[in-house]
Design a protein around this ligand. Sequence first.
Ligand SMILES: Cc1cc2nc3c(=O)[nH]c(=O)nc-3n(C[C@H](O)[C@H](O)[C@H](O)COP(=O)(O)OP(=O)(O)OC[C@H]3O[C@@H](n4cnc5c(N)ncnc54)[C@H](O)[C@@H]3O)c2cc1C
Length: 300
Amino acid sequence: MVLQSLLRWGSDQQKSELLPELASGRKLGAICFTEPNAGSDLEGIKTTFVEVGDMIEVSGSKKWITCGAIADVFIVFGRLGDKPVAILIDKDTPGIKINPAPEMLGFRAAHLANIQLNGCMVHKDNLFGHPGTAFRFMAPYALDWGRLSVTWACVGMLRACVEETAEFVLRRESFGHALIEHGSVRSLFTELAIQYDAALLLTLQATRLKDAQVAHASNDILTAKYFSSRAIAGQAATAVQLFGARGCEETGPVARFYRDAKIMEIIEGSTQISEILLAKRYAIRHNNTKKREIETMGQN
Ligand SMILES: Cc1cc2nc3c(=O)[nH]c(=O)nc-3n(C[C@H](O)[C@H](O)[C@H](O)COP(=O)(O)OP(=O)(O)OC[C@H]3O[C@@H](n4cnc5c(N)ncnc54)[C@H](O)[C@@H]3O)c2cc1C
């Protein structure tokens, strides 16, 4: 999200200073939207930017920032007067306080941090993109990339669940038969396998459209993320169920997916927020399809 945002919105100076460092992995970036009182509601962000000569004073509080505990540079969203803006802030800027977040249900390798910005003085050259466009263009652009990575993570977890479970239901016996011979096991396993296939197809389609820079790719990315995150949230539970007690062992083959899966329904636009965004878009799309069919019938 940080690299792609920098490529799209960064100034020449920002790109030449940061892109080689980030692309090579010598530096890590993190992106900061969420605040204690603004998660889904991006426009509720309260972090303030105040101009002081050539500098911008940044004050606010950011929460649950992925890689926040190990990042070298942060893209921070806030407001300059009434303008939504973003700025690049180095981790060593005086006034920044980085506190590792309490351990989460899953996603434990993500080095989450809560970040306090106490009057950090940052040069104006670090302002990122065009002032005023941060919520309308920059955040959605970054979220597209975040959602793509989340939907692929869900596909990866679904694949792991289906492969681990396939081997187990074929090998493990109960009542004198392999588990796959029992009707209710077949029903659970079929659903798991098909949810994986469907998530993979939606995610491939969204990725191809994004690669081709098709205008409505965002819609397909959100659709894929919505479907895949719900699929893994349900199907990781199925995998645990089919493994029985082995599925509940912390070091077992599927317990980690069960913990990680729920998080996928919350990050980069929760299931409910996705429904708010998608319902209207689908209603308009299908209404237009119907209108076109009626028009075509009229012409014929
Ligand atoms: C592992 C992890 C990593 C994260 N990484 C980052 C990061 O790198 N950068 C960053 O900025 N943030 C990050 N976040 C924060 C994440 O973006 C927010 O948690 C998310 O936006 C939801 O905000 P919230 O948790 O404040 O929930 P809220 O917005 O308070 O929502 C709470 C519940 O209410 C529902 N809800 C809210 N509004 C509505 C509505 N209008 N209609 C119906 N339902 C609604 C939500 O779906 C949710 O179920 C991360 C979170 C986690 C768990």
